[in-house]
Design a protein around this ligand. Structure first.
Ligand code: ATP
Ligand code: MG
Length: 447
């Protein structure tokens, strides 16, 4: 996008000045990420005001700044725009790209597994196609707009993640992206406190199809079949994935390798295909199903799809595996919805390793369901007797515990226990607010 194209794409421009009409390399909202050729969009946050960095960013090579502070606008030299609202400006820039994009747009939502499935789909498609993948966990109004503003026009596919904290958010995002292909990874307990029970949550997730312009394809976990309304069926070609024999893509045999990873079979149109997944989390096997279906529908060969699945590794904080002085550390410190904690614990118990330890922190976004879900978690842990559990946080303290379970109240207490871990596999799983990455850092420093 050229500087002048960007200015024309934005509504709400109060003033603008073009010194040199250059090609914009990318759009950033964090001045520290600005590079030569970047366009910095200054947001006024609670802690800092991005306008303060506009001048420095230009001096260090940014090709344009979009600011909301009139005084700053007056003071700086270079390609500059003064807008009334930075979010609207960014959304307009994204909309401009979305409008001229010739490839197919894939949008994902679900209670859990969005980012992982997005990476799996991208990994599969990338074996043969050019793909733009919305980065990180950018899945809200602002995040999706940044990703849209940074889309790569020459690609054949763009993959976006959509999250929600309140009713109506997914619908708005879907109408913004106008996807051709939608994926609902599943509907569970994440954020359930903010919706009217599971039905309300399902309605929110399924509104991802509301922005589809023509009849597109919806891939949805077959466990969600009961939430698929006639309205959704009319609007889309629904393809289920999961274990139901009536589904479009059916999970067949799943076998652990001697390393703890998986070989699995996916059956589609009565033909079984075998895949290897290089991770010990069985939920990544489930997340692979829509990726396989989308890859095959895109015309990729079985070999290419298989290569994509085999190549997949989760990103930091979502189950990435690293070695620390002979200890296998599972960094799952970003997200801890109920389903994902249960799955991580069960999978850890299932791997063929002598010593297994799990540090489990409090879950996020389960308001109103705490008592029941923490109880279920502790009960599960008491059944997984080949794992030593350390639960960290006051929410765990009120439940009975078996011999394989310790409960500590603080991260500091957990650190003392970490010092005693000397071998085996150690899982760190908590929601981001619990800062469990500090526990991993502590382990690294100790070793
Ligand atoms: P967020 O709401 O933070 O964006 P997300 O939906 O993008 O989450 P991921 O980041 O892919 O989800 O995964 C979050 C956690 O859930 C990870 O620890 C991952 O291992 C686990 N997970 C992913 N898919 C599943 C699944 N199908 N079932 C259970 N756990 C899962
Ligand atoms: Mg995510």
């Amino acid at each position: 996008m050229l500087v002048t194209q960007a200015i024309n794409a934005m509504g709400g421009v109060l003033r603008s000045h073009v010194q040199d009409d250059q090609q914009i390399r990318n759009f950033v909202i964090d001045s520290r990420q600005s590079r030569k050729g970047s366009c910095f969009v200054a947001f006024k946050g609670e802690k800092t005001d991005g306008n303060r960095y506009a001048e420095a960013v230009l001096q260090s090579g940014a090709c344009m700044v979009i600011v909301t502070d009139e005084d700053v606008y007056e003071q700086i030299e270079g390609n500059k725009v003064l807008v009334a609202d930075a979010l609207y400006a960014l959304k307009d820039l994204g909309a401009y790209n979305l409008g001229r994009y010739k490839g197919r747009k894939i949008a994902l939502t679900g209670s859990v597994g969005k980012t992982t499935t997005k990476e799996l789909i991208s990994e599969v498609l990338r074996t043969r196609k050019r793909v733009y993948t919305a980065y990180g966990n950018f899945n809200n109004e602002l995040g999706v707009a940044i990703c849209a503003a940074n889309m790569k026009m020459g690609t054949s596919y763009s993959v976006f993640e959509m999250g929600t904290n309140s009713a109506g958010e997914i619908e708005a995002l879907s109408k913004y992206i106008k996807p051709d292909i939608c994926v609902v990874t599943g509907i569970g307990h994440a954020h359930i406190g903010r919706f009217e029970g599971i039905e309300g949550l399902a309605k929110e997730k399924l509104s991802i199809v509301s922005g589809m312009q023509k009849r597109g394809v919806l891939y949805i976990a077959d466990s969600c079949r009961r939430f698929v309304t006639s309205e959704v069926l009319e609007k889309t070609d629904v393809r289920y994935f999961g274990t139901d024999m009536a589904s479009h893509i059916i999970l067949g045999d799943v076998n652990r390798t001697v390393d703890g990873d998986f070989y699995f079979t996916a059956v589609t149109r009565n033909t079984p295909y075998c895949f290897k997944l290089n991770h010990f989390y069985s939920h990544f096997v489930n997340n692979s199903l829509p990726a396989i279906a989308i890859g095959m529908a895109a015309g990729l060969s079985y070999t290419d799809v298989m290569k994509g699945i085999r190549k997949f590794q989760p990103k930091d904080g979502r189950g990435r595996i690293k070695e620390v002085d002979g200890i296998k550390v599972i960094d799952d410190t970003y997200n801890a919805g109920f389903e994902s904690v249960i799955s991580a614990m069960t999978n850890l118990a299932g791997i063929p390793v002598e010593k297994k330890t799990a540090f489990i922190g409090e879950m996020g976004e389960i308001e109103g369901y705490e008592e029941m879900l923490y109880f279920k978690l502790m009960k599960k842990a008491s059944e997984l007797t080949n794992v030593e559990f350390v639960f960290v946080g006051k929410n765990f303290a009120r439940f009975e515990r078996t011999g394989n379970i310790k409960v500590v109240q603080t991260r500091e207490e957990a650190m003392q226990l970490i010092s005693k871990v000397s071998c085996g596999t150690v899982l760190f799983k908590a929601s981001r607010g619990q800062k469990f990455e500090e526990l991993i850092r502590h382990l690294e420093e100790e070793k």
